[in-house]
Design a protein around this ligand. Structure first.
Ligand SMILES: Cc1ncc(COP(=O)(O)O)c(C=O)c1O
Length: 389
């Protein structure tokens, strides 16, 4: 992925201290300064509620939908629902998809539970099976895992529920190919984009998922307790998890709310969580999405690639293993330990040098972003050298 207008380091847009080497966006994205200010202003609005008008229950939520639709190239802002988390969006999809006895739901090995539990329940209740696609070990793991995923989707597959990159080690799944396979066999495709959308391009028009569900607090650099989901037209007559008043037709007319309406707002708005017009959280998510649309995911991905290319050479020379670039994210990847590395000593060295990353099993998960500097990477390299010394 090459870009003609590369992005410069954006550390000034954040408030991370220089001596904190934060390579852990996959755990929690830091809030940009403008997003924090927007949140404080949003919260302060409630000091004197006279400033909150009926239109405010709709306006910013709709801008948020439009910004997310633009980020993922979704056709219509009304196709975006505002939720409280991934599990909620997945439960909405599960509630509305058919699944019969003898069918299967395809997921990947050690997938994040927020995109697993609803399918386990649905499969049990339907007499269907959850089919988990396990990767092989060793060389070519990412390519082989992708092949196995495509092979697992067959004529009995009702639903494929997968991420774009795996949360533990950044393995990249070719969702265009998965989408084609799903359409060939008539399966629904539900994507958890939490560990990718924002930092890795996602194109709804190309992948054609039935739903794409994204928590805002990682790569969308937004608040905790907010998620954004695209739902395709197949859900247009769907039943929401909650029967909110604001999701109903003509909810803008506050004087007529008790003229109860049977119809819903168009598109996916019916799937919004209750009180989705959260005056403190929505402005935060909105400010961050404005930044991301300006920076653009392909430039963020390229920034992370360029920032970490030396590091990856150095890590390989020290004996750490890493997936081939075409099968992993540049924003999220795991370093597999060489034999003999003491994990407690490594944890200790990370802490001493203020390097933040996640130990996942016997791999070190690194997840850089546009605020990271060469100094952050240099601090990590020192830790790796110490670990193998
Ligand atoms: C891939 C993935 N999906 C979802 C979540 C969060 O799920 P929820 O919003 O339901 O808490 C995480 C958190 O780590 C994640 O890594």
């Amino acid at each position: 992925m090459s870009v003609t207008d590369p992005l410069a380091c954006q550390s000034d847009a954040f408030a991370l201290p220089d001596d904190v080497h934060y390579l852990n966006c996959a755990y929690m994205g830091p809030l940009p300064r403008v997003a924090e200010a927007a949140g404080v202003a949003g919260l302060a609005k409630k000091r004197v509620p006279t400033g909150i008008s009926p239109e405010d229950f709709f306006k910013e939520a709709d801008v948020l939908r439009a910004l997310f639709a633009r980020l993922v190239n979704a056709p219509d802002p009304a196709a975006i629902a505002i939720g409280p988390g991934v599990s909620y969006g997945v439960a909405t999809a599960a509630r509305n998809l058919p699944l019969g006895a003898g069918q299967n739901v395809v997921v990947t090995h050690e997938q994040f539970p927020g995109n697993v539990h609803a399918w386990r329940r649905k499969a049990t209740e339907s007499g269907a099976e959850v089919r988990t696609v396990v990767p092989p070990d060793g060389e070519g793991r990412g390519a082989a895992w992708n092949e196995r995923l495509l092979e697992a989707i067959d004529a009995r597959t009702g639903i494929v529920a997968v991420p774009h990159v795996h949360w533990t080690d950044g393995t990249l799944f070719d969702l265009s190919a998965v989408g084609r396979r799903c359409r060939d066999v008539g399966a629904a495709l539900i994507v958890d984009g939490t560990q990718s959308v924002g930092a890795l391009p996602f194109d709804v028009a190309e992948v054609q998922p039935d739903a794409l569900i994204v928590a805002a607090y990682k790569w969308l650099l937004g608040p905790y307790s907010l998620s954004l989901s695209y739902f395709s037209p197949r859900f247009d007559d769907g039943v929401p998890l909650e029967e909110t008043w604001i999701g109903r037709e003509a909810s803008e007319e506050f004087q007529r709310l008790v003229q109860y309406r049977d119809g819903y707002q168009p598109g996916a708005v019916r799937f919004d969580v209750a009180e989705r017009s959260n005056f403190a959280l929505v402005p935060v998510a909105l400010a961050s999405l404005e930044l991301l649309n300006g920076w653009r995911p392909e430039r963020i991905q390229e920034y992370c690639r360029a920032l970490t290319s030396e590091l990856l050479h150095e890590a390989a020379a020290l004996g750490f293993g890493v997936e081939a670039p075409e099968w992993r994210g540049s924003h999220l990847f795991g370093l597999r330990m060489p034999a003999g590395v003491d994990l407690d000593a490594l944890r200790d060295a990370l802490q001493r040098r203020n390097v933040y990353a996640s130990l996942r099993g016997s791999a070190l998960r690194l997840s850089p972003n546009v605020y990271n500097t060469p100094e952050n990477v240099a601090a990590l390299v020192e830790v790796l050298r110490e670990a193998v010394a």
